[in-house]
Design a protein. Structure first.
Length: 485
């Protein structure tokens, strides 16, 4: 529509004067010989009849009117950047737009077709000045519904996506702190020494280091005192002990006249022979093992027992060890000779067989004693004992460190995912509050009401986001990576 009012046409003079101007003398100016005269026309002005001079009597009665193009007129105020003149208002929304919007083809969302005319009418009645973008009551009510819907959507998405992640991150952080506390207290873990004392892990580590240095220095000097036997040799001795048990069982069965292959004929005698053989074997093996372990304190650098002067008890123990070593061989050898003679074997062969079996039995006993005697010293026993406990403690620490690494990795992944989800939720909530159907409706009605200008924006709606902010605070709290540093 074109505004045809005369006051809106810059080419029309409101006083209907000719195109030329008449100079007027202001009150108070001194009189001059020249009277009022017509203004000279510039060369570029179009031709027009020259106005006659205005009578002097009427000069003071004529009020000068502002002429847009006169040199003395003040310049209009500049328009602010990014704005343009407000368009003319439309009194009524086009019916075609409303009809098309009902079927989803118009500029108005279908849900707001009935509300749009009322919004338009209220905007026209408000008659707000240019640059004021406040909401009218009906517009505020429409935006309020959108804001409440956005708040509910934010709260629901926060409960679904961010709250579980925040709870999981909190649980992982608690577990991380617990593991760190366990690692910090690991130095105070109690360990029972070979002497029966309870020492801390740090003290045990210091003792182990001191013993290791002393043993290394002794071995480097050529001493055999601290050398230990291999585990394979100890297992081989166990096999020999089982062989001794079989020979003692045979010996006792012959002494008690029990048929080994038919124990049911005399079960009591058979059981007695087995029990005696077991006691004899275990007793001899344990006694030799015990004395060998006790005599390690009297070893010299070559690994042999040194009997100090006046150590009568040690001498008796050595005699008893020799008896325990030789006696089983003599008993088994005699039994073998007797059985060989009964079976009709020649005497030399029977004696040779008995002596051989007896020497083997005595050698087994001697190996048991010597193996335990040469198996290190009390220092090596203490070192091995503390070392086993320290290895277990180090394995526990390694598992805890691996758990820390797993927790830190999981926290990093969960934090990144939660941050991305929070950003998506925040952006979607802002779009729902400020870019939905209600915003489209308000832009349309404001545009037709002539109350918008270029660059104008609707007031920003900020939905309440208390739950979202709380979840983000938990997610962005100092995490295990900060604690680990």
């Amino acid at each position: 529509m074109t505004d045809t009012r005369p006051d809106s046409r810059p080419d029309t003079r409101p006083d209907s004067r000719p195109d030329d101007q008449v100079t007027e003398r202001l009150d108070g100016w001194p009189a001059s010989s020249s009277d009022a005269r017509a203004t000279d026309r510039l060369d570029v002005w179009p031709a027009a009849p020259v106005a006659s001079a205005v009578p002097a009597a009427t000069r003071s009665d004529v009020r000068p009117v502002h002429e847009p193009f006169s040199p003395g007129s003040p310049l209009p105020a500049p328009r602010s950047a990014g704005t343009a003149p407000r368009p003319r208002a439309v009194e009524k929304l086009p019916g075609s737009d409303l009809a098309l919007s009902v079927i989803g083809l118009g500029p108005i969302p279908a849900r707001h077709v009935a509300t749009a005319p009322r919004l338009h009418d209220e905007r026209l009645r408000a008659d707000l000045p240019e640059g004021v973008d406040d909401h009218t009551p009906l517009e505020a009510a429409l935006r309020l519904r959108t804001e409440v819907a956005a708040e509910r959507w934010l709260a629901r998405r926060t409960r679904q996506a961010l709250d579980p992640a925040a709870r999981r991150l909190t649980a992982l952080s608690s577990r991380h702190r617990e593991v760190l506390r366990r690692l910090e207290r690991s130095g105070d873990e109690p360990i029972v020494d070979t002497t029966g004392r309870t020492v801390t892990r740090d003290e045990a580590q210091a003792t182990t280091d001191r013993l290791s240095i002393a043993i290394e220095e002794s071995l480097d000097s050529g001493s055999e005192k601290h050398r230990t036997e291999s585990r394979a040799r100890k297992r081989l001795l166990l096999f020999f002990v089982l062989a001794d048990f079989a020979l003692f069982a045979y010996f006792m069965s012959r002494v008690l006249n029990v048929d080994v292959f038919m124990p049911a004929t005399d079960p009591i005698a058979f059981t007695t022979s087995i029990v005696f053989a077991l006691l004899f074997t275990l007793g001899v093996a344990y006694a030799l093992h015990h004395f060998g372990h006790a005599h390690r304190a009297h070893k010299d650098d070559s690994g042999e027992v040194v009997v100090p002067d006046g150590a009568a008890q040690l001498r008796l123990q050595l005699v008893f060890v020799h008896v325990l070593t030789v006696l089983p061989g003599i008993l088994i050898g005699v039994r073998i000779v007797d059985d060989a003679l009964v079976s009709g074997a020649p005497l030399p062969l029977a004696l040779l067989l008995g002596v051989a079996i007896g020497v083997v039995m005595a050698g087994i006993g001697h190996l048991i004693y010597r193996t335990e005697l040469r198996d290190g010293t009390s220092a090596t026993d203490r070192l091995l004992h503390l070392g086993r406990h320290l290895r277990k403690a180090h394995r526990r620490d390694s598992k805890l460190h691996l758990e820390l690494d797993r927790i830190e990795g999981r926290v990093a992944v969960l934090s990144a995912r939660a941050e991305r989800a929070a950003a998506r939720i925040e952006q979607a909530g802002d779009r729902r509050a400020n870019r939905g159907p209600s915003t489209r409706t308000l832009r349309y009605t404001r545009s037709l009401a002539g109350t918008v200008h270029v660059g104008a924006e609707l007031p920003v709606v900020s939905p309440a986001r208390g739950g979202l902010d709380e979840a983000l605070a938990q997610i962005r709290a100092p995490r295990v990576t900060d604690l680990a540093d």
